[in-house]
Design a protein around this ligand. Structure first.
Ligand SMILES: CC(C)(COP(=O)(O)OP(=O)(O)OC[C@H]1O[C@@H](n2cnc3c(N)ncnc32)[C@H](O)[C@@H]1OP(=O)(O)O)[C@@H](O)C(=O)NCCC(=O)NCCS
Length: 162
């Protein structure tokens, strides 16, 4: 899984999905501190303790660096930035039952726009799983020789939930 580079200054070319989702009752917004415990639990249950740990990091700042997708009070997905490294996008995930509605695309675009607003010219997708998804949605390109990248010496403990 390579890291991928995204030119944030080309955000004007990305197809906005947020408005279309809003018409279907799905909102994308920054998560706030009181949501920390339930949101981290939601992530832990679906995606394991490494991503939950990164979400904890995203919640440790004000404003937070985690966006959520919700329908009413129901959480549908999330995306983080500036967790494992500054300028990194991720992790991100959508509830399995909610995939394919454009939620992952909207979370990706809104989070990258938040990074651009912080002053970054480029974003890095750390350890990109669905490479084709990132290529297609935001013109990301794989960074040569980026495996295993920053995760090379990560501890793998017996209690890892992944
Ligand atoms: C990747 C993910 C966030 C996409 O969320 P989503 O809400 O289903 O995404 P969208 O509905 O906006 O877009 C889905 C599109 O991406 C495509 N896609 C999904 N996974 C893909 C992959 N691995 N490779 C290429 N395309 C992929 C779908 O086929 C779909 O294409 P379509 O628009 O032509 O139908 C979601 O599948 C997910 O949570 N996956 C598990 C966690 C994960 O891998 N996170 C990324 C870590 S870097």
């Amino acid at each position: 899984m390579p890291d991928m580079l995204v030119p944030l200054y080309r955000s004007g070319e990305w197809k906005d999905r947020k408005a279309a989702l809003a018409e279907n009752g799905i909102a994308i917004r920054n998560a706030i501190a009181p949501e920390r415990a339930p949101v981290v639990k939601w992530i832990y249950e679906r995606f394991g303790d490494r991503w939950a740990s990164e979400a904890e990091c995203a919640f440790s700042k004000t404003p937070t660096t985690i966006l959520v997708a919700q329908r009413g009070a129901e959480m549908l997905g999330f995306a983080c930035f500036d967790t494992t490294a500054l300028g990194f996008f991720g992790p991100t995930g959508v509830d399995e039952k909610q995939e394919g509605q454009g939620i992952g695309t909207a979370l990706l675009i809104e989070t990258l726009k938040a990074m651009q607003a912080r002053g970054y010219a480029y974003g890095v997708i750390g350890g990109a799983g669905p490479v084709g998804f990132y290529e297609r949605v935001v013109n990301a390109i794989a960074i040569p020789d980026s495996v295993p990248g920053i995760y090379a010496d990560i501890l793998r403990l017996p209690q890892d939930a992944e």
